[in-house]
Design a protein around this ligand. Sequence first.
Ligand SMILES: Cc1cc2nc3c(=O)[nH]c(=O)nc-3n(C[C@H](O)[C@H](O)[C@H](O)COP(=O)(O)OP(=O)(O)OC[C@H]3O[C@@H](n4cnc5c(N)ncnc54)[C@H](O)[C@@H]3O)c2cc1C
Length: 370
Amino acid sequence: MSVNPNVVVVGGGFFGCSIALMLKQRGLQPLVVEAEDELLMRASRVNQARVHGGYHYPRSLMTAYRSRHNYQRFRSVYKEAIVDTFTKVYGVGRRFSKVTANQFEVFMKRIGAPLKPAPEGITKLFDSNLTEAVWIAEECAFDCSLLRERCQRDLDQAGIPVRLSTRVVSAAKCDDGSALVRLSDGSEWPVKIVINATYSGLNLLTSGSGLDTIPLKQELAEMALVELPPSLAGLSVTMMCGPFFSFMPYPSRGLTTLSHVRYTPHLQWLERPGEKVTDPYSRFHSLKKESHFTYMVSDASRFIPELRKAQYRDSIWEVKTLLPQTEVDDGRPILFRRDPGFPSIIHVMGGKIDNIFDVEDELDNILQSS
Ligand SMILES: Cc1cc2nc3c(=O)[nH]c(=O)nc-3n(C[C@H](O)[C@H](O)[C@H](O)COP(=O)(O)OP(=O)(O)OC[C@H]3O[C@@H](n4cnc5c(N)ncnc54)[C@H](O)[C@@H]3O)c2cc1C
């Protein structure tokens, strides 16, 4: 390592890697520390692969608007990882939906998200007793393997060192306000700034460092990987907005994820200030992974009978981390804050992948004020 790092970025997911690049571009010397043996192995790999275009958030104006705003930018910055060779369909359920078809249309117009009524070849796939309306939307997917290659290449080109298979155990406050970061290999790094970009592990670092817990909701999530029948090939459907389902291409495996609001979460818990933090990764490993695919497909095929012919291939599992306030409107704001008890630590969590551009704005604000 030719230059001593002055920032440790904890977590080599998409956010940690991207933030390390931003820091380097702003003249700092980051070191990325990642617990897994490769970059982007956790939530940045195991997710629904949707580049959000705003359609998913008809109850949160800010999240929908920011998604729309970031959508084209994400597509163009990460174009080698973009997959758009499918037709994106959104439907609104007649019963139990939190929005009506009319509200959905008005909302999408407001945020500038294009919607076209679906042609008959598509609407006839849906049970019209359960489905109020169906549209074609403008939304794409990303290939997480290509995104990982891109992050790795960018870090290499920028000369940013990465420690894999290494955990950050704690950060201790020094007299001058800087941080002494302790790694699982026993080494210690005195740095000016620590970026905690560990997603579901955020509170492992706060508790290891004797800091207050950040309120978070953790969810052990399953997405089934299926092969669609020929009648649904090239389609991706998301039913809004309630206890419904979605299927999206999962490009890195050449399959389709099937997820369901009711059956994707297997276990949920809250991390709250003043309470002991349980290790989400241990919970993840100890969970008996019995698939909910049959429940997902039985419910979803009431809306799209052809889905019954989907072939189950596998499931992917991950801890999904949410800010507790998202319970109200299902929004996905970013968490970006200096630790109140230790301002050299900045906690960052993006509820979705395109939020990275919002993080960049916040980072500039905080660096300017330092
Ligand atoms: C089931 C599911 C579906 C999703 N669907 C979508 C979607 O369709 N579209 C979308 O935009 N977003 C989606 N998301 C959200 C998206 O995946 C996340 O916003 C994003 O991946 C977060 O990136 P990250 O880098 O913060 O987290 P991660 O990729 O999890 O990276 C955090 C890294 O920190 C490492 N780490 C943790 N603790 C330590 C430590 N102490 N020391 C060193 N390293 C540590 C971990 O190993 C991990 O690699 C989904 C998430 C889940 C779980």
